[in-house]
Ligand binder design. Structure first.
Ligand code: BGC
Length: 389
């Protein structure tokens, strides 16, 4: 092994509330109910009740960090009315992590919103940044002793694209103008939340989880390079540039590689996940380097994973992703953690439950029994050695 991973490197996995908790009532659950062709998230993995069991497994696998999200619709089920019971629930969740020496990374918004807010126009509503700020203020006030790392928004531009441009996700709008308006509301929401958190407790670390795609000009002639430059700016840089003075760290979610060849070109696609996404761990190094060179902030990989029900490629994927992080560390990039997506199989949004991203399988035919996948043991071994020997 060359340069080792830093001693205090965070190793773990990620989840999000709507995808694992079960029994949520929010903008997504209402949408699921009203669409026959969409699977219902229902009880999901019932993590709302089984979080201790899941954290025991994470501990058993050597994780020292875990990313989860708080469900806004539980905390503020009615406009301006905060549910102290739910805040206490999340306090207990965070304490359960701390009790196991697992550092929480807390996401404040991972896509669904409360139904009352969706009815007011959701992210199109000019006032939403203020609503978000109020929710963040109340929540962080209550949980500030229980978590140091706070992620305001998950993948804001994946959301604007799927929900307001392509029309795939609720509220299924198809408008470029609207998606830009929503992006601006998200930028404002992040800035207000950042300030609110910092004024509650300056020691807390605040960032976002940004989806970053590895884009290559291929073949690298001038026109492709130009197209790549614009695509990279819009999808990877635009949002981060606007909040660059409002973040202590950057969370990178890495899943995609795309070759730009007079438009989005054809990748080699030698290896595909169950969702037919190209498996391209080399791209992790490229995106880490690009983001670090531009912003010089501490980086965490807040998501990285693949749908692989048979667990055929996950070990390879994890090993290669870690080798690519190692490459970045050798260049003195300030990379501080890796949170694999996901700890457990979960509700994969409009796809329903069939894509299996979990290090741990959830047996849906057998009382949601948890079963550790082989690749999770390999990841545990790597964690134990703090890198690949
Ligand atoms: C999202 C997750 C999702 C994962 C796999 C990420 O873009 O943040 O919620 O499950 O991708 O599709």
């Amino acid at each position: 092994m060359n340069k080792p991973f830093p001693k205090d490197f965070f190793w773990g996995a990620s989840t999000s509330s709507h995808q694992v908790e079960g029994n949520n009532y929010n903008s997504w659950s209402v949408w699921e109910e009203s669409h026959e062709n969409i699977q219902n998230s229902g009880i999901a993995a019932d993590q709302y009740n089984r979080y201790e069991e899941d954290f025991d497994l994470a501990k058993q696998l050597g994780h020292n960090a875990h990313r989860l999200s708080l469900e806004w619709s539980r905390i503020e089920p009615e406009e301006g009315k905060f549910d102290e019971k739910e805040l206490l629930h999340y306090k207990n969740v965070l304490i359960a992590l701390k009790d196991r020496n697992i550092e929480p990374f807390v996401t404040l918004w991972h896509w669904p919103i409360p139904v009352w807010l969706e009815e007011k126009g959701g992210w199109e509503n000019k006032e939403i940044a203020g609503y978000f700020e109020r929710y963040v203020q109340k929540t962080v006030e209550c949980l500030k002793e229980d978590a140091k790392f706070w992620i305001t928004l998950n993948e804001p531009l994946v959301f604007t694209s799927q929900s307001y441009y392509k029309g795939n996700w609720p509220p299924q709008k198809r408008s470029l103008v609207m998606s830009i308006r929503v992006a601006h509301n998200l930028i404002k929401a992040h800035k207000l939340a950042f300030r609110a958190i910092k004024s509650i407790e300056p020691q807390l670390e605040v960032g976002i989880a940004k989806h970053v795609t590895c884009l290559e000009a291929y073949p690298p002639h001038l026109l492709n390079k130009l197209l790549r430059f614009f695509a990279n700016y819009i999808s990877n840089i635009y949002f981060l540039d606007r909040i660059k003075n409002f973040q202590d760290f950057i969370g990178i979610n890495y899943y995609f590689h795309a070759r730009i060849n007079l438009g989005i070109g054809k990748n080699d696609d030698l290896l595909l996940s169950d969702l037919k996404w190209e498996i391209y761990p080399e791209g992790l190094y490229a995106v880490i380097k690009m983001i670090y060179n531009r912003y010089r902030k501490p980086l965490y990989i807040t998501e990285n994973g693949l749908a692989d029900a048979e667990d055929r490629n996950r070990t390879y994927f994890i090993e290669e992703s870690i080798r690519n992080m190692q490459r970045a560390l050798e260049e003195d990039i300030d990379l501080r953690g890796y949170l694999h997506w996901s700890l457990i199989d979960n509700f994969e949004w409009a796809h329903g439950f069939w894509p299996k991203f979990g290090l741990i399988e959830i047996d849906r035919d057998n009382d949601l029994q948890r079963k550790i996948r082989k690749s999770a043991y390999r990841y545990a071994e790597i964690i134990k050695n703090n890198g690949i020997l």
